[in-house]
Design a protein around this ligand. Sequence first.
Ligand SMILES: Cc1cc2nc3c(=O)[nH]c(=O)nc-3n(C[C@H](O)[C@H](O)[C@H](O)COP(=O)(O)OP(=O)(O)OC[C@H]3O[C@@H](n4cnc5c(N)ncnc54)[C@H](O)[C@@H]3O)c2cc1C
Length: 495
Amino acid sequence: MRLLIKLLLILCVSAFSKCEPTVLIIGTGPAGIAAATKLLENSITNITILEAENRIGGRINSVKFGKKFVDVGAEYCHGQKNNIVYELVKDLDVLEPISEVFQPALYYSNGSRLDEAFTEELQAVILGYDSSNFNFNATGISIGELFIKKYNATIIQKYSGDTQKIKILNEALRLAEKVSLMIDGAFSWLDTSTVKHYERSEGHQLLVWKGRGYRTILQVLTKEFPNPEEKLPIDDKIHLNKQVSKIIWSDSEVIVYTLDNTTYAADHVIVTPSVGVLKAHKDTLFSPALPKAKLDAIEAIGIAGVMKIILNFENEWWTKDDVIFTFLWNDEDLHNAAKEFPYAPIKNGISWVSAITIMAKVPGNPGVLVTWVTGEFVPDIEKTPESVLKDGCVYILKKFLGQDYDIRAPNRILKSSWRSNPHFRGTYSYERVGFEKPGVRYQLDLAEPLTNANGKPVVLFAGEASNPIHYSTVHGAIESGFREAERIINLYQNS
Ligand SMILES: Cc1cc2nc3c(=O)[nH]c(=O)nc-3n(C[C@H](O)[C@H](O)[C@H](O)COP(=O)(O)OP(=O)(O)OC[C@H]3O[C@@H](n4cnc5c(N)ncnc54)[C@H](O)[C@@H]3O)c2cc1C
């Protein structure tokens, strides 16, 4: 009898008839949730969503901290036009621009605040060469190499003869790299390509969620917000703590195994884990093995890590006008830091605290500052005890801002660990230098489904890294989830 039912199912699916398919979705990040909700809204309800973590959201993780929510992962909606996140919420009054004033206060490690004209000039240079503005098709040259070349030829030339300014400008190169790493999420700007296919959505680039957190978009997708009564029937389809360890597929079906030895069978599976997870398991996760184009894409797309440390202060010690503090180390202080603050990690005599680049007010959440950490120190800092991180942040604040502010110690700290977490293995994807090939778009190769002998897509790929123009973002992830859900919907609706 069981065999008969299975046979009927196989016949039904292979004929692309109108009967409802079964779909597995791996991952409950924005791509997975977007795919699930799109299927549900199109009457494909036979779905199961497997999530390795004990929570939904993936690299969206909004946590109650201080008086409101803070985002340990994605925080900003980048742009308004051609941005699905903005489209979905624009009438719901949940987003606002971060601040009209976006001039960072730039402090030097001797405790002085650099004057505004010089800060503006440095900012123009650093952000003017912002990696997302790079598109010189300079195959084979990294952002770091090209930046330094242009920097030397322009700004350093301009100040030749002014030894003090030249010294600061050379020291500012370290800051420029860190800013570029915040955008690309790499460990080094020598690994990022100048050939970038990212397309910026026009409009305000830093829209925030008024203290509600980026999780709002998940609530909007599931229709829990604004009216909880309209929530799609998704909760009972989500299975948490289910790490997929094997995906075995054939002409007729796909079987998925999880680490706890549960087995799931379906007509289609949508795979959404990060390219970091795919890098780690590309040779063992899939049977049959992935085709070469897919393996090449997984190698060519980079993912490393940035880290956030979020601090709560009982009372705000900063002024209303200061939204962002930026820290510029001079050479001497940089080398002394490991003596002044001798707590590991320390590499080649340089302390981890030098990886702290920026501290910013968390909009809509009084008393809370977030600091961004970039570069090769990230994996070690993620494993550093919170007490050391807290002391390190206070050391930095006192060193850079102590002359202007009465610094207090934070009473609570929260840290991210995206790189060390085996379910993410990084923060967001970027295009690596040295892999540029004419006519090859690695994100498209990653997105290409694995099809059976009849051309039916059995294993489908979504996730931010599979988006050719909006990779690395939440809106890119959601678009990719909708894309793969629609691929399945079209298969059954058009048959
Ligand atoms: C610190 C940080 C800051 C960011 N800032 C922004 C920002 O300001 N704006 C923006 O647009 N984007 C930002 N991003 C990027 C954005 O968060 C991601 O692009 C987006 O969340 C990716 O969604 P996804 O669904 O593709 O992948 P994910 O969110 O990673 O979802 C994949 C899911 O798969 C699960 N999974 C992994 N392996 C398995 C397995 N074997 N079995 C079962 N489940 C598995 C994971 O646990 C995860 O839940 C940021 C990311 C980070 C980490």
